[in-house]
Design a protein around this ligand. Structure first.
Ligand SMILES: Nc1nc2c(c(=O)[nH]1)N[C@H]1C(S)=C(S)[C@@H](COP(=O)(O)O)O[C@H]1N2
Ligand SMILES: [Mo]
Length: 329
């Protein structure tokens, strides 16, 4: 009898997954020899012609410019302790499981239909709403915030989001006193979000995430509709996604279609799928190792136009303790 064991993508050891760097270096090496580009990965390589995939990537990032907005003075670029991540790198190194089980989903994510998007706000609220994107942009005043971004897989970026604080929605819909948690649901359509679903059987789609109401009301909790001065590209979770800089990246649901106020802690996608690896709270914590990734340090992907990283010590709450530590004392 032969057993063929196929690892689920999230069980593949880091040594395999993060041969990304080796992968990209190999590409660069090959490119430098033959002086031509190879499909698959896209890097800006000096002295080389732009590859067609580089052009395609740039097209996906060429979303409409947002009206210039103020940068929140607390979250300016100079307040960060690191440079912003290069936009071409951020746009080709993503997690969006609905569109695939690896980082290179940017092209597949272009299948996301964002026209006539609606965000339904429902559950234990006095004023349920159904916003379209124009409503959102008119009703809530947009601002820019430069935030550190930390994935539980121990890589990190620094990203310039445009959006509005989540507490603006709380004020608009007025949750009742019974509401203790909020649940976010991402777009899901099995015909479109074909990701690894077909190969790995049942996963608890749609992607859902959740916060306590107190967390949602915190100054840091943010809905982003833009990045790098433009509307969100699809690979970043267009047209609206959650950004929670003190938590691991998986808490920030992309392409949100529903916001629901509920009484008890709801089931969430990763916590349901692999509970011992993805806890509900998921605050960035260098002292709490993940079964596959020590969280003591991280690989920061910075301003280089190539996917390259530098090691940095991980900060408790990703450096945002002054805003959020009191929530957990
Ligand atoms: N709907 C949905 N949201 C998601 C994910 C996902 O797979 N599906 N991945 C999460 C994870 S693990 C991370 S690290 C961030 C990645 O955001 P980025 O690709 O814009 O950097 O999105 C989060 N939000
Ligand atoms: Mo992540």
């Amino acid at each position: 009898m032969t057993f063929i064991h196929i690892s689920k993508p999230w069980q593949i050891p880091e040594s395999k997954l993060t041969s990304e760097k080796a992968y990209f270096n190999r590409r660069r090496f090959i490119k430098s020899i033959i002086g031509a580009s190879i499909g698959g990965s896209i890097l800006t390589t000096t002295g080389c012609q732009k590859s067609s995939s580089q052009t395609a990537l740039e097209a996906t990032l060429d979303t409409p410019k947002l009206k210039p907005v103020r940068t929140n003075p607390t979250f300016t670029e100079s307040e960060l302790d690191r440079p912003l991540t290069n936009n071409l790198v951020a746009g080709q190194y993503n997690n969006f499981y609905e569109f695939g089980g690896n980082k290179r989903i940017w092209m597949n994510a272009q299948n996301l239909p964002t026209e006539d998007w609606q965000v339904k706000v429902t559950g234990l609220v006095k004023k349920p709403r159904n916003y379209d994107l124009d409503d959102i942009k008119k009703r809530f005043s947009l601002e820019e915030r430069n935030y550190r971004f930390r994935c539980v897989e121990a890589w990190s970026m620094a990203l310039p989001w445009i959006g509005f604080p989540m507490k603006a929605i709380i004020e608009d819909v007025e949750p009742t006193s019974k509401a203790k948690f909020v649940k976010f649901s991402s777009f899901y359509d099995p015909e479109i979000t074909t990701g690894p679903t077909l190969h790995f059987g049942s996963l608890p789609w749609p992607y859902t995430e959740s916060l306590s109401i107190e967390e949602m009301a915190n100054e840091l909790a943010f809905f982003a509709v833009g990045i790098y001065g433009k509307e969100l590209p699809k690979q970043h979770g267009a047209p609206i996604r959650a950004v929670l800089p003190w938590k691991y990246g998986f808490k920030g649901a992309k392409s949100i279609v529903k916001i629901e106020f509920v009484e008890t802690q709801p089931a969430t996608f990763w916590h349901t799928t692999v509970p011992n690896e993805y806890d509900y709270i998921a605050n960035v914590n260098p002292d709490k190792p993940h079964p596959r990734w020590s969280q003591a340090s991280e690989k920061f992907i910075g301003e280089s136009s190539e996917i390259a990283w530098v090691r940095k010590q991980t900060l408790p709450y990703n450096g945002y303790g002054e805003f959020v530590a009191s929530l957990y004392s």
